[in-house]
Design a protein around this ligand. Structure first.
Ligand code: SF4
Ligand code: SF4
Length: 306
């Protein structure tokens, strides 16, 4: 089961939720993989003592135009939906703007003069970490991190590669040793926002947990995220982080829209302190651990379907 942890807004606590859910699922003896899809700023692996296993480069094919063969017919420019080919026919000037190129290959297909070949450009990498087990199950877990190269135009190919890589670490079913949960999981820590990176992450999930906070910005971004998930027909529930801060608007909205509240995390200095030092709050606070166990149980029992 793939669970995406997402939010329409940065800084709401997505990584707090994904790292703690990963920790609790693992502690209860489950097969679980954590994939950090926030490729512009991945940091999930930093919360655990893990060992780097490998790094795989993510490349994209980009066209190269041979000006000796080019007739400046303009067909490649017509085929490019991303305005990545700059052409001035009268001056016999043609150029690929690599920052805009999506590597779709349409221009190569369009050119019948053999003037276009392709080269590989690095967009970033997908790193695999082993998180060793300290339990009697002896089951290690995989943490996958998508990391975008500075200057790359989009994290989407890296997110897709990270989701694929995380899937390779999942067995069909797990055998929980404490009888709480018996499932194989992939937790996808989504990039913030509601644009392409968010959509590509949640599209591959079976279930989405939207994290918000009870502030006007939190509610506004939650509404956008909800409308997208409904269009994608994805089951989801909402987690309110920093509960107690701000107003009741978020709860009124959830109730009006008949959306399940999956969990609340209180606005609490101790929680913020543990998290900011790279700690796992469910490992240090019993009440939080119970909340996360209940959350995991509700997901596996599909109590949030809407
Ligand atoms: S389609 Fe080929 S020949 Fe025509 S402008 Fe593009 S690169 Fe040149
Ligand atoms: S590969 Fe696609 S996006 Fe890139 S220049 Fe060619 S047509 Fe445009």
């Amino acid at each position: 089961m793939r669970i995406a942890i997402a939010s329409g807004k940065g800084g709401t606590g997505k990584t707090l939720i994904s790292t703690n859910l990963f920790y609790v699922l693992k502690e209860t003896g489950n097969d679980v993989t954590l994939a950090d899809c926030d490729a512009e700023e991945p940091n999930s692996a930093a919360f655990f003592n893990c060992i780097k296993l490998s790094a795989k480069e993510v490349v994209q094919k980009t066209p190269v135009i041979d000006q000796n063969l080019c007739t400046y017919c303009g067909k490649c420019e017509e085929y490019c939906s991303y305005n990545a080919i700059f052409l001035v026919k009268e001056r016999k000037l043609i150029k690929v703007m690599e920052d805009l190129c999506h590597g779709c290959g349409a221009c190569s297909y369009a050119c019948t003069y053999g003037a276009i070949t392709e080269k590989e450009n690095s967009l970033g990498e997908v790193i695999r970490f082993n998180h060793p087990s300290d339990l009697d199950t002896g089951r290690d877990s995989l943490i996958v991190e998508g990391r975008m190269r500075i200057g790359a135009y989009t994290p989407v190919p890296i997110i897709k590669a990270a989701v694929r890589e995380a899937g390779t670490g999942v067995r069909e079913s797990g055998t929980g040793n404490k009888g709480v949960i018996n499932e194989a999981f992939v937790i996808l820590d989504s990039p913030p926002g509601t644009s392409c990176p968010f959509i590509h992450t949640v599209s591959s999930a079976d279930f989405v947990l939207l994290v918000t906070e009870p502030t006007p910005f939190g509610v506004s971004d939650l509404k956008i995220s909800v409308s997208i998930l409904r269009k994608l027909n994805k089951p989801f529930a909402v987690i309110v982080n920093r509960a107690g801060l701000g107003s009741r608007d978020v709860y009124d909205y959830l109730s009006k829209e008949n959306i399940r509240l999956a969990m609340e995390i209180p606005f609490d200095r101790e929680i913020a302190g543990i998290y900011s030092e790279g700690g796992i709050v469910a490992a240090k606070k019993d009440d939080l651990r119970k909340k996360f166990e209940k959350l995991a149980y509700s997901i596996t029992e599909q109590k949030f379907n809407n």
